[in-house]
Ligand binder design. Structure first.
Ligand code: HEC
Ligand code: HEC
Length: 932
């Protein structure tokens, strides 16, 4: 056996970096033909072409090949540098040429030769006779090398990338060509001894060295052909560049394509880069760590994503990657780019880990009692972000068949907020999410499509879902199901586009989606589309696409602290009954629901909604009745984090004092006294919310009836309020969905609109269907009747009658003025998220910015919200809020007017709620609002 240590290297002064995994290049370096570091392209291509022994045309071709490969050898970010100064041979490891163990494995990552692998190489060959010496030695001919390479690929399994076979063509076969002995297809062989020498001693056989040193000059004929070859090579390179561009810079390519075109839609939507986070904190909100983690990951019985849990875990990001593997969709760092917040797999872990997720520090001083420990515990085994929940024990509500676990969004996905400030991420529960769910939907669909149609991807997917040993039949079945999912999604989208194209808004305009973008969602229209259209389609009931409505009234995710104690929830004060509000939302984010008459009658309206969890969630949010103690429990609003964020966040107490006075004068009329400022209650006892006559006893509870104001008078965008006012739906007769009966009998509603058994306003249709579904879910879950009664409570499931007694100056529909505790944490403002900061909220509406970017932008503690500069351009992946389309016409749902402070009033004209504020007054008010 050969002992490398027994023979000194050829030239010990020339080191070969272990980061050079190519045996051939190592030989060139070892022999001193080229430098071990950066080698000019010209030198490299000339040397290798010489060594090939080719002449004329073939030699030029060899040079072009070498140039092509050498250009990309260090990766695509290095191309320009490679052109200028040449590839870096000591930085090839991990680059596109490195097969990461999927090749022969003869050279280890440490640059050491693996003798076992050389023996394996030899086992693929046979004995040959050296034509020069006549002696016998082991070697491999072309066919044997081919088998060897094939076996290498097989051994590597799913680690193989599509281009490895191509790369391999340039290695062992080239070595055979250059170093081989003998002639003819069968007899020309690569000597194993030569391979060993090349790798261990980095020496070429002598005859090769000679060849490199004495090269004939190019003939003039060959020179002419070089031009022709150059052109071919150029075309080839252009095609390669296009492919590389799509793979490596999809966002830029997408930006250059027509946005409605098929091509642009095949590329994933651009996502913002994640800014670096140096520290994270969860603010204290009266919830224990256990409560938080439970809220973040407990399932409410929804299958928001169109694939089972394990499939979602196995999906790769929809990106073409030429030289690496795309990441997984489930990767937290990827999902965070959609605006989600990272979350630990378990909270039963060490303090350092918890701290890195922003926990622990908060609980150093206080230890709120856990409520959620009484409930079924949850873990987050796959480390998904806040708001992702696994639904287990799934049963198809129509067939009763057991189904695979599903993956859904829970409340926390949309109701957990965070603000960023100079690398610090401050997180809080119940706050508005900064997510873009549309992008996530589109990415999920695309990643399914890529899995089916990008080479090798389905195999890897199936390996993950079924295990590497799965049978072909199982793989095929999986592929068919995945295909069926994609077909459903595509058909659905096509049907949606077609239906919406044929529909008008209530005021006669063409219906059209309004981009939700980061931080917004058109919850009401989406729920309507889900329940009154897609759920019929999923139940196999045809013909209800007609119920679809464009998503044209997006709203800013609302904060949900304190809301359990408001008589009416939602921006338009449309829901009084808390369970209906939560169950309706669960249907909206796709609880499984059977709306088919093809099964026994008792399965109609059966769903996967988890009413028990929904009830617990509500208890956790609400806490004990606040009225008696004049203090809110449950989830409290987050406090302005000046203790964490330093000087820019210091509060000026003098300004707070003046601000409080202004608040008492101007804001209480609608927002009432603050719910969490005892100072205010002392100074303005008449205005204190706790002595307000707006507290009403309903059953055993005291709830606060918030002020409602006419949309016309407020002058803010009317789209959200119009949804429940104007939208109507049709339902099949077999549903027997009679709102007058269901709501009238059950809740004694007196203000129900006219309906027939198949045509009705969307508002009461939804209230009625959610009522039936919730009762059915409780019965199915065998909740005892007395508990059911308690869970429902006494708040009615009736339409909101508007301000009482009715006020002709406040015609419906209405928006609700919420208590402003925690308002600092809820930018952008107004129900449609059209005003980026409190500062803009308190100015004349006409001065507010008409366009701004949303995504991962930093928070501004002075303006309180986002500091928008005139004409700002959005960074890659951010979404732009705009009041108008590019042609200047208004975008439905995006007006930023109303709630203005201007003029000298009162009285105020429509759209104005207070007089013009002086600069100092505005600052004082903002300072005060920070403390709420
Ligand atoms: C997919 C995102 C999403 C999920 C999941 C979600 N919500 Fe909401 N929620 C919204 C949006 C958007 C609104 C505002 C709707 C409107 O007023 O038009 C809202 C409104 C609310 C409101 C009323 C807020 C107010 O200002 O009156 C409450 C309370 C609420 N949600 C609680 C929950 C609870 C509890 C859950 C889980 C059981 C949940 N939500 C799940 C998006 C979501
Ligand atoms: C005439 C009634 C009225 C007065 C006075 C009033 N508001 Fe409002 N406010 C409302 C209503 C109604 C809304 C909801 C409007 C909407 O979302 O379209 C609102 C919304 C807001 C919001 C946005 C909340 C959110 O969900 O984004 C802020 C902030 C706000 N008001 C602050 C103030 C302050 C501060 C004052 C006093 C300086 C004030 N308001 C005075 C009625 C009023």
């Amino acid at each position: 056996m050969h002992h490398p240590a027994s023979k000194p290297p050829f030239d010990p002064s020339i080191g070969v970096s272990p980061n050079n995994p190519c045996p051939f290049l190592r030989g060139l370096v070892g022999e001193g033909f080229v430098d071990g570091g950066t080698v000019p392209l010209n030198t490299l291509s000339q040397t290798i072409a010489n060594a090939s022994g080719e002449t004329g045309l073939m030699k030029s071709w060899a040079r072009i090949q070498v140039r092509g490969v050498a250009l990309i050898a260090n990766g695509f970010s290095h191309i320009l540098k490679s052109i200028r100064s040449g590839p870096q041979l000591d930085e090839l490891r991990g680059g596109p040429l490195d097969k990461r163990g999927a090749g022969s494995r003869v050279l280890g990552v440490d640059g050491k030769v693996n003798e076992d692998e050389i023996a394996r190489l030899q086992s693929f060959g046979r004995t040959y006779t050296d034509p020069d010496t006549g002696s016998s030695e082991p070697g491999l001919n072309a066919a044997e090398i081919k088998t060897f390479m094939h076996e290498n690929l097989k051994r590597a399994g799913s680690a193989v990338r599509w281009y490895y076979p191509v790369l391999m063509q340039f290695e062992w076969p080239v070595l055979l060509k250059i170093m081989g002995k003998g002639t003819g297809k069968e007899d020309r062989y690569l000597s194993v001894a030569d391979v060993r020498t090349l790798l261990n001693a980095r020496q070429f056989p002598d005859r090769i060295n000679q060849r490199i040193l004495s090269q004939p000059l190019l003939s003039s004929c060959a020179l002419r052909f070089r031009w022709a070859l150059g052109i071919i090579a150029f075309l080839f390179a252009a095609a390669l560049v296009a492919l590389v561009a799509v793979a490596e810079f999809p966002d830029q390519v997408r930006a250059m394509l027509p946005q409605k075109g098929v091509l642009a839609q095949l590329l994933p939507p651009p996502l913002p880069k994640l800014p670096e986070t140096t520290a994270a904190f969860w603010l204290e909100q009266n919830w224990s760590l256990e409560d938080r983690h439970w809220f973040h990951h407990t399932s409410q019985g929804t299958a928001t994503f169109p694939v089972p849990y394990t499939w979602f875990m196995a999906l790769e990001q929809p990106r073409l990657r030429l030289f690496s593997r795309p990441g997984m969709v489930k990767d937290s760092a990827y999902l965070e780019r959609f605006g989600f917040i990272q979350s630990p797999q378990s909270i039963k872990t060490d303090a350092t880990t918890l701290r890195s997720f922003g926990y622990a520090n908060v609980y150093d001083t206080t230890q709120p009692k856990s409520l959620s420990t009484d409930w079924s515990p949850v873990e987050n085994v796959d480390g998904l972000p806040v708001g992702f929940a696994r639904m287990t024990g799934v049963v198809d509500p129509a067939t009763g068949r057991r189904e695979e676990d599903k993956i859904g969004l829970t409340c926390a996905a949309c109701h957990t907020g965070h603000v960023r400030y100079k690398g610090v991420d401050v997180r809080f529960d119940g706050g508005p999410a900064m997510t873009d769910l549309k992008k996530l939907e589109s990415v999920t669909g695309l990643s399914i499509a890529y899995t089916l149609y990008v080479p090798f991807r389905f195999k890897r997917f199936a390996d993950r879902v079924l295990g590497p040993d799965a049978s072909d039949a199982d793989r095929n079945a999986l592929k068919q199901s995945l295909k069926a999912t994609l077909t459903f999604l595509l058909d659905w989208q096509k049907g949606y586009d077609k239906t919406i194209a044929g529909k008008k808004t209530w005021d006669g305009k063409q219906q059209k989606d309004t981009e939700e973008g980061f931080g917004r969602l058109d919850a009401l229209n989406r729920i309507g589309n889900q329940v009154f259209s897609q759920d019929f389609a999923l139940s196999g009931v045809k013909g209800f696409e007609k119920n679809l409505h464009a998503q044209d009234a997006p709203v800013s995710f609302p904060p949900i602290w304190t809301v359990p104690w408001l008589k009416f929830a939602q921006y338009d004060a449309s829901i009084e009954q808390p369970l209906i509000r939560n169950a309706g939302e669960a249907l909206g984010v796709t609880a499984l629901l059977n709306l088919s008459d093809a099964y026994p009658k008792d399965r109609l309206y059966r769903s996967s909604a988890d009413v028990t969890n929904l009830h617990w969630i509500e208890s956790l949010l609400a806490g004990p009745d606040p009225y008696a103690q004049k203090k809110l429990g449950g989830l409290t609003s987050p406090r302005w984090p000046s203790q964490i964020l330093g000087d820019d966040w210091k509060i000026n107490p003098d300004r707070v004092k003046s601000g409080r006075k202004l608040y008492a004068k101007i804001c209480v009329e609608c927002h009432l006294g603050p719910v969490n400022d005892p100072e205010f209650d002392k100074e303005f006892p008449q205005e204190s919310v706790w002595s307000s006559s707006r507290w009403e006893r309903i059953g055993d509870e005291m709830v606060l009836n918030p002020i409602q104001k006419s949309v016309t008078g407020m002058g803010t965008d009317s789209a959200q309020a119009r949804v429940l006012e104007k939208r109507t739906v049709s339902v099949p007769g077999f549903l027997d969905l009679n709102p007058t009966r269901i709501l009238g009998d059950q809740w004694k509603c007196t203000n129900l609109p006219e309906t027939t058994s198949t045509e009705m306003p969307y508002s009461v249709g939804l209230m009625a269907i959610v009522d039936i579904v919730s009762r059915k879910a409780m019965n199915d879950a065998q909740i005892p009747p007395d508990a059911q009664k308690r869970w429902w409570g006494a708040r009615a499931n009736c339409p909101n009658p508007g301000p009482q007694p009715p006020d002709p100056k406040e015609p419906g529909p209405w928006y609700r003025a919420r208590p402003l505790n925690g308002v600092w944490a809820t930018a952008p403002y107004l129900h449609n998220g059209s005003v980026p900061s409190l500062d803009w909220m308190l100015r004349p509406a006409a001065e507010r910015p008409k366009k701004f970017c949303m995504g991962q932008r930093d928070y501004d503690p002075k303006l309180v919200g986002f500091a928008v500069v005139e004409g700002e351009r959005c960074k890659t992946g951010e979404t732009q809020f705009s009041t108008t389309w590019p042609d200047g016409t208004e975008i439905n749902g995006n007006s930023n007017l109303g709630h203005s402070f201007e003029g000298k009033g009162p009285p105020h004209k429509d759209g104005v709620v207070g007089r013009l504020l002086e600069e100092e007054e505005r600052k004082d008010l903002i300072e005060y609002l920070k403390t709420l």
